[in-house]
Design a protein around this ligand. Structure first.
Ligand SMILES: CC(C)(COP(=O)(O)OP(=O)(O)OC[C@H]1O[C@@H](n2cnc3c(N)ncnc32)[C@H](O)[C@@H]1OP(=O)(O)O)[C@@H](O)C(=O)NCCC(=O)NCCS
Length: 224
């Protein structure tokens, strides 16, 4: 049976200042094997190729691959100007060839638990090589260096750390959720420093007659 979500509570914390640095101002970041660069409108073809793969879309809310380029377009538009003011999402490319192999970053500053949320998808042929973990670790470093301000926000109280209370000052987090059986994504998060803090079930938005079991992860870093 689906668990009941508690009401969100107000906390004092920090968050990156909005607008985010715009795509036009984001410098590409190189890791050992990757080039993490701002998205551009020409990435629609690369993104469509990835979103056409049934394995990639199996855990997506849409529940099926994109059928046409037109169906993919809004999934890119949400990260292009002017939407880059409130999203921090990037193209994941191979450093050596600049081949577009995935997409990832923060798609919402106030997501599932009220915290900024991270997401990613990688083309099927590149799975299992540690590339998404390499991206996620680099992305978190990019995230942590963004300029910040103090804020009061509403969050799910279940995301709070031991000793943190509603109304109080709490550590900033990045959160994410995944279907219970998306073991690859859960492992990426574990390897990137996230901890699982919640398992719950709720109606599956793809078929409201059945429940889906979900896992919530949070990433908290040394903020002193
Ligand atoms: C999730 C996803 C991005 C992972 O990409 P990836 O580049 O293969 O990830 P990595 O190689 O960095 O790490 C995957 C880890 O999961 C492990 N893994 C993969 N499938 C697994 C399974 N069925 N059971 C247990 N572990 C599994 C791998 O062994 C690896 O861990 P290891 O390095 O300790 O061996 C990719 O599968 C994907 O694009 N999926 C579709 C989109 C998606 O689900 N996005 C996340 C939404 S929550």
């Amino acid at each position: 049976m689906a668990s009941t979500k508690p009401p969100f509570v107000t906390v004092k914390t920090t968050l990156p200042i909005l607008p985010f640095p715009l795509n036009s101002a984001r410098a590409p970041v190189a890791t050992f094997r990757l080039l993490i660069r701002p998205l551009s409108s020409s990435d629609v073809h690369g993104l469509h190729r990835i979103r056409s793969q049934p394995e990639v879309m199996a855990n997506d809310l849409q529940g099926r691959p994109d059928a046409t380029l037109e169906e993919t377009q809004p999934q890119l538009t949400r990260f292009l100007p002017p939407n880059d003011e409130k999203t921090y999402h990037f193209a994941i490319c191979l450093k050596e060839t600049e081949e577009f192999i995935g997409i990832g970053g923060c798609h919402s500053i106030a997501s599932v638990f009220g915290w900024p949320a991270i997401g990613y998808m990688l083309t099927r042929e590149r799975w299992g090589q540690g590339l998404t973990t390499e991206f996620t670790r680099a992305f978190l470093e990019m995230w942590k260096t963004l300029p910040r301000r103090e804020v009061e926000i509403q969050v799910d109280p279940r995301s709070l750390l031991d000793g943190e209370v509603a109304g109080g000052v709490v550590k900033e987090q990045v959160a994410s959720l995944t279907p219970w059986d998306n073991f690859a994504s859960a492992r990426v998060m574990e390897k990137s420093g996230f901890e699982e803090f919640l398992v719950w079930s709720e109606p599956d938005l793809r078929d409201l007659s059945v429940d889906i079991e979900l896992r919530g992860f949070r990433y908290v870093w040394d903020q002193n």
